[in-house]
Design a protein around this ligand. Structure first.
Ligand code: NDP
Length: 337
């Protein structure tokens, strides 16, 4: 089968499309004929070696972190799925393997795609939507009338975060450029700050919480717009000790490293009386089934920006790496996108 394989850390030249053996399912796995796979910034960050501190699989390794497809075969311990089921998954983050014609995935990370959702779009759901759900529900505890600030609302995670926050009853303010403003308003954003014209920290205040999808100065300034006692949750900043303990179940060494890495950010938070949390999302078939339910009747929508054939995966990476994607970038492995 064809797969997009990384041989060494670095630029795009370290990865190529090549023939590899078809994987066979272990007892707890589904063997999935991949229809499409979503791209995410984690794919190029991994390729560049930026996640070495978290995991170092042996090379060569098949890239790709989320996919949709149909079940071809199942391990003997799998329950609740049948051959032919249309499924999607955020794959095991320490295994990857989504950019391939066939993938074997732990059944606990897989959910069924609702009949109303076509498989190509479904491939763009798992990673970004699970991230948004887990940040809003588990970290920010978003409730009706919660005043939420989301930075970077027009991207892969942001387009889900706006919709899920509205579903939870929040009042949503987000940043977007003129390129993304119409999109974020269509998804339900109540207020939009054009970050190319205004500094959000000059015009916003007293938010109950913030979800940072941009990092850097945007993250640091987010503490200024959240009221004392509130919380800033980032997926784009630097990890902190809770990331090691709660998201990675790691020991004290990694927690200490993350304590140091996040020191400045946490000090900014302390100055404003606002808690900092860096969330590393968790793959979950159970949470994905919950999202599938919202997708089934249109309460949640997938914004697909561009679909590339697998043969053009280099262009798909370049487009995502431009940082301008509106919604999700997807590679199609199936006959009919
Ligand atoms: P995308 O590449 O999809 O985001 C692109 C979008 O960001 C574009 O629409 C762009 O809008 C917008 N954008 C860029 N700069 C700014 C800015 N300064 N202010 C506001 N908007 C901006 O990324 P994702 O949404 O997929 O991911 C966002 C971040 O979250 C990444 O760093 C990713 O690695 C991280 N992440 C972390 C996870 C975790 O578990 N920790 C999980 C998932 C994602 P425009 O073109 O209009 O400027």
């Amino acid at each position: 089968m064809r797969a997009f394989v990384l041989s060494r850390y670095g630029g795009p030249e370290g990865a190529d499309l090549r023939e590899v053996p078809v994987p066979q399912p272990r007892p707890h796995e589904l063997q999935i004929k991949v229809h499409a796979a979503g791209l995410n910034p984690v794919d190029y960050k991994f390729r560049e070696g930026k996640l070495k501190v978290l995991y170092r699989p042996s090379f060569p390794v098949i890239l790709g972190n989320e996919l949709s497809g149909t079940v071809m075969a199942m391990g003997r311990e799998v329950r609740g799925f049948e051959v032919g089921d249309r499924v999607f998954t955020r794959v095991d983050k320490f295994a990857m393997g989504a950019f391939a014609e066939v993938a074997c995935i732990d059944a606990g990370l897989v959910a069924k795609v609702p009949a109303s959702l076509e498989l190509t779009a479904a491939a763009g759901v798992p990673l970004a939507a699970l991230t948004a759900l887990q940040c809003l529900r588990d970290e920010l505890n978003v409730q009706p009338r919660f005043r939420l600030f989301i930075s970077g609302g027009a991207g892969g995670v942001g387009t889900f975060a706006i919709q899920l926050a509205k579903h939870l009853g929040a009042h949503v303010t987000t940043t977007a450029s003129p390129r993304g403003e119409a999109l974020v308003r269509r998804l339900g954003a109540d207020e939009v700050v054009d970050y190319t014209q205004a500094r959000f920290w000059d015009v916003l205040k007293d938010m109950d919480g913030a979800l940072d999808l941009v990092g850097g100065e945007t993250l640091e300034r987010s503490f200024e717009v959240v009221k004392r006692g509130g919380k800033v949750v980032s997926v784009a900043g630097l990890p902190e000790p809770e990331t090691a303990r709660r998201d990675l179940q790691a020991g004290g060494g990694l927690a200490a490293l993350f304590w140091l890495a996040s020191l400045q950010t946490r000090m900014v938070g302390r100055k404003h009386g606002v808690t900092y949390r860096y969330k590393f999302m968790l793959p979950s078939g159970t949470d994905l089934a919950l999202l599938a339910d919202l997708l089934s009747d249109g309460r949640l929508d997938v914004v697909v920006d561009r679909v590339f054939p697998l043969s053009q995966i280099d262009q798909a990476f370049a487009y995502l790496e431009s940082g301008r994607a509106k919604g999700k970038v997807i590679v199609s492995l199936g006959e009919t996108p």
